[in-house]
Structures are given as structure tokens and as C-alpha cells.
Design a protein around this ligand. Structure first.
Ligand code: NAD
Length: 298
């Protein structure tokens, strides 16, 4: 049996970061502009702290300014909205990211929709969702943008391909489906109520799994030669104690059938922050009326 091509997200993310760094250097040299990304973290969620730290580190590594605002878990809504307002009007800030999830007493939708859509580098603002849905220029959510970049890099054109997205979340599944539709795939969105999921997945030339259930997609659901993009990040216990990360797809059996597959870890994961940096440089160019870097947007 032919083994699948492994799509190396770690290497591809490094390439994306390199392109971002080149463009940042150009903005500085030719225009005296340094793109700035502000990250707001409310509370002490350990996973969020890890994400925010690596976002800040990678932002600096590509030559951009990283601005971090860490607020206590009991921060009230008015204080948070006032901070966002300040960042919205700060000309040195081109991207604003509010780390989710927020503490329960804060209204996530209200907070996200208070960000200037032009600075909404997560692409979660209702305006950006609408722009993406109508095929207009927008800020695109980072994880699906990373998946799209990997698919385009591997396939060239996606036109006419049958794509199945498993999962309908606002941050991955739905925007992923919009992006694939934008690239002229025939798109099916499957979810927890889908009947005969195995049959639906078997039709797909492209499978994007974004569910959050460890190894739920077995190899015998995959059409021979299909491309499998595994967004899931699940920590499971190993038989000998300790834990390891697995995706939503059963890697071993899927890799036997697929034409190409992203591993977990080292597939979609590293692309997310790379795309956040890409979105920040794109937002900076748009804010200054300058041409956008090619290959870093949808
Ligand atoms: P979510 O919980 O918001 O959504 C999960 C979706 O899966 C839902 O729409 C649900 O309908 C669907 N679903 C649940 N059970 C199902 C079943 N049995 N069959 C088919 N569909 C089912 O999750 P999310 O935020 O979209 O994240 C999905 C996964 O992707 C998680 O493992 C998450 O950790 C991972 N993730 C990774 C990255 C990254 O790589 N950087 C980013 C975001 C999310």
C-alpha cells in the first residue's frame, strides 16, 4: 500500500513566518512602519497563558511589535471594553486579539464585536464573518486560513473537488467551509447530527476534521487518495502512563489510504500562529493603503 504524503505543517509554518518577516522588514525599510499586534488575556487559564506566550514570542521573532495586556480574572466588562477602545484608536496597533475563552461573566460576542473589524486578526467579528460569507475581502480566522494555505500549496487549484468539513464551529468548521466554497469546492458540512457520517466522508476528495474527538475518523472512511486535514488536538492517556496528543483522525489507518495527511502534532497546529502573524501584516498594509503580501491571505 502506498503511504500518504505527509503535509509538514511545522516546515510550512516556518515558510509563512519567513514571508511575514520579509514583508515586515520591507515595511520598516521603505515606509518606517512596524506592524503591531496587541493580545489581551483576561484571567489565568493555563492553556491560554501558553498560547499568549508563544504568540508574543513569534510576533517579536518576525520583527513586529508585541503588546500584551494581562487583566485579572474579575475584570469587569466596562474596563475590558475601554481597553479595546484604546487599542482600536492606537495607530501603532494593527491587530487586536482577545484570547478566548473569556471568564464566564464577560459576554464574548459583545467583546469580540467591539474590536475594530480592520484590526480583528482572529476574524471573529460579525463584520468579518459576513464579508467572508459574501466573498469579500475580510480578516479570515487563523486555523482555517492555515488549512487553506496547506491545501492550496499541495493541490494548486481546489476547483471542483468534493470537500467534507466535519464540525460546524464558528472558529473552524464554518469559516473552513466558506473558504473551500470560495475556492470552488463542492462543500458538505457534517456535524454531530449527520446521518451516515462514514458514507458522507467517503465521498470526499478533501476531509477537514474539526471535532475534538480523539481518533474518531478511521481509515476505512477515507476515499483512497483523498487529502486529510486533521484540525483536532486531543490529549489522551498512554497505556504506560503519561499522555500524548492525537488528532480527530486515526493517523495510522488514515495514512494507509489517504493521498496526503497532516500529522498531529506538527500539522495544522503550527499554522495557526503563523496565520495570525500573516493577518497582522495584512491588516497593517490595508491600514496604510499599501499592497498586501501575496500568498498570505485567502
Ligand atoms: P467545537 O467543540 O466548537 O466544535 C466541534 C464540532 O464537532 C461541533 O460543531 C459538533 O457538531 C461536531 N461534532 C461533535 N461530535 C461529533 C460527531 N460525533 N460527529 C461529527 N461531528 C461532531 O470545536 P472547535 O473549536 O471547532 O475545535 C475542534 C477541534 O479542533 C478541537 O480538538 C480543537 O482542540 C481543535 N482546534 C485546533 C486548532 C489548531 O490546530 N490550532 C484551533 C482550533 C481548534
Amino acid at each position: 500500500m502506498m503511504a500518504a504524503h505527509i503535509i509538514d505543517g511545522k516546515a510550512f509554518a516556518a515558510t509563512v513566518r519567513g514571508k511575514v518577516a520579509d514583508h515586515v522588514a520591507k515595511l520598516k525599510d521603505e515606509h518606517g512602519i512596524t506592524p503591531g499586534l496587541a493580545v489581551v488575556l483576561v484571567g489565568e487559564d493555563p492553556a491560554s497563558q501558553v498560547y499568549v506566550r508563544s504568540k508574543g514570542k513569534q510576533t517579536v521573532e518576525v520583527g513586529m511589535t508585541s503588546i500584551e495586556h494581562k487583566l485579572p480574572a474579575d475584570t469587569d466588562e466596562a474596563t475590558l471594553l475601554a481597553l479595546i477602545d484604546t487599542l482600536n484608536t492606537d495607530p501603532e496597533v494593527h491587530g487586536i486579539l482577545v484570547q478566548l475563552p473569556l471568564p464566564k461573566h464577560l459576554d464574548e460576542d459583545l467583546v469580540i464585536n467591539s474590536i475594530d473589524p480592520a484590526k480583528d486578526v482572529d476574524g471573529f467579528h460579525i463584520s468579518n464573518v459576513g464579508l467572508l460569507g459574501t466573498g469579500q475581502k475580510s480578516m479570515v480566522p487563523c486555523t482555517p486560513l492555515g488549512c487553506l494555505m496547506m491545501l492550496r500549496d499541495y493541490h494548486g487549484s481546489l476547483s471542483g473537488m468534493d470537500a467534507v468539513v466535519i464540525g460546524r464551529s464558528n472558529i473552524v468548521g464554518k469559516p473552513m467551509a466558506q473558504l473551500l466554497l470560495g475556492d470552488s469546492c463542492t462543500v458538505t458540512i457534517a456535524h454531530s447530527r449527520t446521518k451516515d457520517l462514514a458514507d458522507v466522508v467517503r465521498r470526499a476528495d478533501i476531509v477537514v476534521a474539526a471535532v475534538g474527538r480523539p481518533e474518531m475518523v478511521p481509515g476505512d472512511w477515507i476515499k483512497p487518495g483523498a487529502t486529510v486535514i486533521d484540525v483536532g488536538i486531543n490529549r489522551i492517556e498512554k497505556p504506560d502512563g503519561g499522555t500524548r496528543l492525537v488528532g480527530d483522525c486515526d493517523y495510522a489507518s488514515c495514512a494507509e489510504v489517504a493521498g496526503a495527511i497532516t500529522p498531529v502534532p506538527g500539522g495544522v497546529g503550527p499554522m495557526t500562529i503563523a496565520c495570525l502573524l500573516a493577518n497582522t501584516v495584512t491588516a497593517c498594509c490595508r491600514a496604510n493603503g499599501l499592497p498586501e503580501p501575496s500568498g498570505l491571505t485567502a
